[in-house]
Structures are given as structure tokens and as C-alpha cells.
Design a binder for this molecule. Structure first.
Ligand code: MN
Ligand code: MN
Length: 467
């Protein structure tokens, strides 16, 4: 049968109107297989990178395997040289020197490796009714009720008197114990059910169960607490006061898993924003001799507004860039002024179970590719870096030219809420910045979902940018 001729309306539609595409429908089988394979590496990375410190350890290992060396600010580096700078074991910058002068700017990709979680307080250890607990103070934007009645693992470092640091990781290896925050049984939740959801479980109710057997000695007073303190002393050599100099974080004790009969999604803790950290890392290590020097930043503290020495509000990445350029007689500010930056962070994906918060024409959809976010912010774009039309145009042409599947995304309805990223911190230095990343379902929950196609396309987007 001969192909039916397209009508004038159909032809005009093709020419003039936007036509978003589901990657699972339009990509070749080979491309989808590549996406699935790429995500195996991602899941393996994420399994051992639940906290920013662990993400730094995993990343440095990969960087060293690919020829990166520790950065020496007194050295002049040549095209093709690869260096990294480890900021306090909580944030990283790494670079590959390009062939062009840094005067023409660099390519910067910045993501964050901290994720919402439940931190221990400085005096966390106590017992109540002969059950041992840790007191906590949650970190970042969590919906507190989601963190009860699930297995938790404990990660971090304790610095003992005298300065020796002990690394702690309990609950993620098979055979290790886990921890948990309790919640009420439905039989007795009448009063709790009447609370507003945001107040359903309160900060001071996020107490982690860590044991229940008392120390056998009639004269001791807090016998469960004492028994746990003894276990901790025997295992780590720490005493109660050592918790005061510790970074200890409780995170979900889940492994990254495929989700769905078709395995099209990944479910895991901490994908915001390690999905962008991993994709940008892979793109960077595979770009051997770039034209423009490229710098990748994996920042800490984004989930609490990017403060602190390891957050993107700190100047460490500016110093790093300035120190790279200094031996060539180029000022850091000249480099930054001409820099193009992708602020790599997740955005929300449309959730058909909760359609009311979304504006369907502008929200991102799972499987529709990496998401470019022109602006973030809340209530009238407050606090956002908005990418210019010119820079959006540059990125669009770049991605289209390289066959990257991409979409635009706005976090939700105009007056519904909003969010921010590290984009603002980079734009302060007069660089062009746009947000890009993977659409996420259940963002900030203990188990977040992303599409494998979107993850792969985000990596492809970074590859195109660093070419
Ligand atoms: Mn994020
Ligand atoms: Mn976040």
C-alpha cells in the first residue's frame, strides 16, 4: 500500500510545533542497551557512595585509575594533564587541562554529593525504658514520616581525643545489624493521625533504636546505654565524649535496585544528586584532550543552602580555577567571566499520582531525557539564577547536534513551592550557568526513582559539553 500523503496541517505541525518524545519509543535498541549498561556502573558506585565522604573516596579511586594526580598549586600544567583537589574529604574539584588558553574560559560542571539524611546530635547516646537510642537532627529537606520504620545504616567518622579519626560504616553489608526509627502502631495513632502530615512525625521523635540489652551489673545506673558504650569502645575505641567530635549520619540501608518489570527505573537512596555526580564524573574521565579546560566540582552542603567551607558558596572552586590559570599569567576572574557552566542537579519528574502540584506543559517527564531547567527559585523566581536566552540557545544547539535526548522542566506550579541549586553560587562569579540533570520521582525520600534512559542522556549531555 502506498504511504498516505501528509496533509498540509500535519506538515506544518512537524515544522512549527514542539513534539516531546519518550526515549523508550524513539531511541534505538542499541542506545537503550547502552543506557542499561551504563546504569550498572552507576548502581555499583552509588552502593558505596551514600554520604559525601564516601562519594569522595569512591571518586578519588576512579580518578586515580584514570591518571589524575593530586593538584599542586605551584605547578604549571600542560594540555592533557589531569588533577584533583580534595577539600576536607567532603568535596572535590578535578580538571583536565585543555588546548585553548584559559583566558577564553573553561567548561565547568558542578553537582553535589550530600543528600538529605538523619545526623546524630553531639550528645546522641541515651536510654529510655531500657531501650538504647541515638538523638538526631535531620539534615536537609526531608518528609520526616518517611524515615520511620525502615532499616537505617550508620556512616561517618569519629575523631577521638588526640585527633585520631575512626571510620564508621554499619548496616550496609550482609550480616551487619541495622538501626531504625520507630513509629506508632495504627491501633494507637488516633492523636497522631490528627496532626498535619508535615507534623506527623516531629524532629525530636526521630530517635534511632540502637540496642536493648542491659549491662549485667546491679550497681550500674544506665545499663543499656552502658552496654552499648562498651560495644562501641571494644569495636572503635571511642568513649561517649568522642561523639562530640564526629560526623555521623543515618541513611537508608537500601541497595540500589532496578524498579519495574521492565527494569527501566533505578530505585536508591541519595540519587539527588549523586546521579549527576556520577554522570559528570564518567563524562570527564572519558574526555582525554579537550579544547577547553574542564573542571568538575562535586560539592557538599547543597541540601542546606551551600554554606560552609565545603559548600559551593565557599571559594574553594574559585581558588582551584585561579591556581590553574595563575602560572599562565591569567586571572581567575578572567577565566570565570568567560566560563560556561552546567549546574548539574536533579529536577522533579511528573508524578501522575499527584498531578495537582504540576503544570503539565512545563514539568519534566521520566524517560523524556535529561532536563534543562532555565530557572529554579520559588514564588516569582525568587533566589534563582536564570540562564540567559543566549546560553539556553547555545546548550540547545549543542545537545541537538550531538543527538542528546533532552527536555525542559520547571519544578511545579508557580505558587506551589520551589527549590534551588548551586547555580546561584557559580553565577556570582559572572559565569554563564544553566541547571541540568535527571528527573526524579519521590525526590528526597529514602528511596528515590530515576529513569535509566534519563541518567544515560544526562551523561551524554555532559560528554557533549566537555568535547
Ligand atoms: Mn540536588
Ligand atoms: Mn535536593
Amino acid at each position: 500500500m502506498p504511504q498516505e500523503k501528509k496533509t498540509q496541517g500535519q506538515l506544518l505541525e512537524e515544522q512549527l510545533l514542539r513534539a516531546p518524545k519518550n526515549g523508550a519509543e524513539v531511541l534505538s535498541d542499541g542506545e537503550i542497551a547502552k543506557a542499561d549498561e551504563f546504569c550498572e556502573g552507576y548502581k555499583a558506585f552509588l552502593k558505596y557512595a551514600k554520604t559525601e565522604r564516601e562519594a569522595v573516596i569512591q571518586t578519588v579511586k576512579i580518578l586515580k585509575e584514570h591518571g589524575y594526580v593530586s593538584f599542586d598549586p605551584d605547578k604549571k600544567y600542560a594540555p592533557g594533564d589531569k588533577v584533583y583537589y580534595n577539600n576536607r574529604n567532603k568535596a572535590l574539584c578535578f580538571a583536565t587541562i585543555g588546548t585553548r588558553s584559559m583566558k577564553e574560559g573553561i567548561r565547568l560542571v558542578a553537582s553535589h554529593i550530600d543528600s538529605p539524611r538523619v545526623d546524630l546530635k553531639p550528645n546522641p547516646l541515651y536510654e529510655d525504658a531500657e531501650i538504647g537510642y541515638f538523638k538526631t537532627h535531620y539534615y536537609g529537606g526531608i518528609r520526616k514520616y518517611q524515615w520511620t520504620a525502615i532499616p537505617l545504616s550508620l556512616h561517618g567518622v569519629i575523631v577521638k581525643k588526640g585527633g585520631e579519626a575512626v571510620t564508621v560504616s554499619v548496616g550496609d553489608e550482609p550480616g551487619e545489624p541495622v538501626f531504625s526509627i520507630t513509629d506508632l502502631l495504627p491501633h494507637l495513632s488516633k492523636d497522631q493521625d490528627a496532626r498535619k502530615l508535615g507534623d506527623g512525625v516531629r524532629g525530636e521523635e526521630l530517635n534511632i533504636v540502637i540496642g536493648s540489652r542491659p549491662f549485667r551489673d546491679d550497681k550500674a545506673s544506665q545499663k543499656v546505654k552502658l552496654a552499648i558504650a562498651k560495644l562501641l569502645f571494644d569495636k572503635y575505641g571511642v568513649v561517649e565524649n568522642d561523639f562530640q567530635s564526629a560526623d555521623l549520619q543515618a541513611v537508608p540501608a537500601f541497595e540500589p535496585r532496578d524498579v519495574g518489570f521492565d527494569r527501566s527505573l533505578i530505585g536508591a537512596y541519595g540519587q539527588d544528586d549523586k546521579v549527576c555526580a556520577y554522570t559528570s564524573l564518567m563524562a570527564a574521565i572519558e574526555a582525554p584532550a579537550p579544547e577547553y579546560t574542564h573542571v568538575t566540582v562535586l560539592a557538599d552542603k547543597e541540601e542546606v543552602g551551600s554554606p560552609g567551607a565545603t559548600g559551593m558558596g565557599s571559594d574553594y572552586f574559585v581558588y582551584f580555577i585561579s591556581d590553574l590559570a595563575k602560572p599562565y599569567g591569567i586571572e581567575g576572574r578572567t577565566v570565570l567571566t568567560n566560563t560556561k557552566c552546567l549546574s548539574a542537579d536533579v529536577n522533579c519528574a511528573f508524578d501522575p499520582s499527584f498531578p495537582d502540584v504540576a503544570e503539565r506543559r512545563n514539568i519534566a517527564y521520566a524517560n523524556y531525557g535529561t532536563v534543562l531547567t532555565k530557572y529554579t527559585g520559588a514564588r516569582g523566581k525568587s533566589g534563582c539564577n536564570e540562564a540567559t536566552a543566549e546560553f539556553m540557545g547555545f546548550v540547545r544547539d549543542l545537545f541537538d547536534g550531538e543527538g542528546v535526548l533532552w527536555q525542559t522542566g520547571e519544578i511545579g506550579k508557580v505558587d506551589q513551592g520551589g527549590g534551588g541549586t548551586v547555580a546561584v553560587e557559580v553565577s556570582k562569579h559572572n559565569a554563564d550557568v544553566v541547571d541540568i540533570g535527571v528527573p526524579v520521582l519521590s525526590m528526597h525520600a529514602p528511596f528515590e526513582l530515576v529513569s535509566k534512559i534519563d541518567t544515560y542522556m544526562t551523561y551524554r549531555a555532559f560528554k557533549a559539553f566537555l568535547k
